[in-house]
Write a protein that binds this ligand. Structure first.
Ligand SMILES: CC(C)(COP(=O)(O)OP(=O)(O)OC[C@H]1O[C@@H](n2cnc3c(N)ncnc32)[C@H](O)[C@@H]1OP(=O)(O)O)[C@@H](O)C(=O)NCCC(=O)NCCS
Length: 149
């Protein structure tokens, strides 16, 4: 992602989340060495259209996934899985030991995606999300095959 992509990324943020990241939050990710924002695009009618994005951090031997979203009209086409696999491949190529993320406990589509990729829930953060006090599930994938505690 580059700064010029911000309006399109925000368009998906606003459609995908009840409590979306602000422009400033997304912009900040572009300035941090440890952060990567990958865009998933498709050529449509001769133009490139943004279908989704993923934001992740590389912190020592950990890949931390902060935000992944697919525009509603293109869901269940494997785009979320593709974005996650791209992030995981980045983690593996940077010798990460684990990948971690937090997800709203009630976000069944995202949890199904993460479980399909081998993540498992290792803990809960009660009332983690300020907007509705929803719990977060903490999920971990161990790159060496066995999920960490
Ligand atoms: C979560 C999200 C990124 C999934 O994107 P997607 O492109 O629709 O997902 P995929 O098509 O790659 O699905 C991969 C697998 O995830 C699971 N899955 C995805 N959406 C699902 C749903 N609505 N119900 C059940 N399982 C689902 C399935 O196992 C699916 O495999 P299948 O289609 O072969 O059954 C998308 O629903 C989204 O943008 N949600 C809003 C934002 C969000 O909540 N992000 C996660 C928190 S940061």
């Amino acid at each position: 992602m580059v700064a010029a992509d911000l309006p399109e990324v925000m368009r998906i943020q606003l459609k995908a989340f009840s409590n979306p990241w602000s422009e400033d939050m997304v912009k900040k990710e572009l300035t941090q060495d440890w952060s990567t924002v990958l865009l998933i695009e498709e050529q449509m009618a001769g133009r490139s259209a943004l279908l989704g994005f993923i934001i992740f951090w590389l912190v020592h031997d950990e890949l931390h996934i902060l935000n992944v979203a697919v525009t509603p009209e293109h869901r269940r086409r494997g785009i979320g899985r593709y974005a996650m696999n791209a992030a995981l491949a980045f983690g593996q190529s940077h010798q990460c030991r684990i990948a971690t993320l937090e997800v709203r406990r009630g976000n069944a589509p995202a949890i199904a995606l993460y479980e399909a990729l081998g993540f498992r829930t290792v803990g809960l953060r009660p009332q983690y999300y300020a907007d509705n006090k929803e719990d977060a599930a903490v999920m971990v994938l161990d790159f060496h095959g066995q999920a960490s505690k």
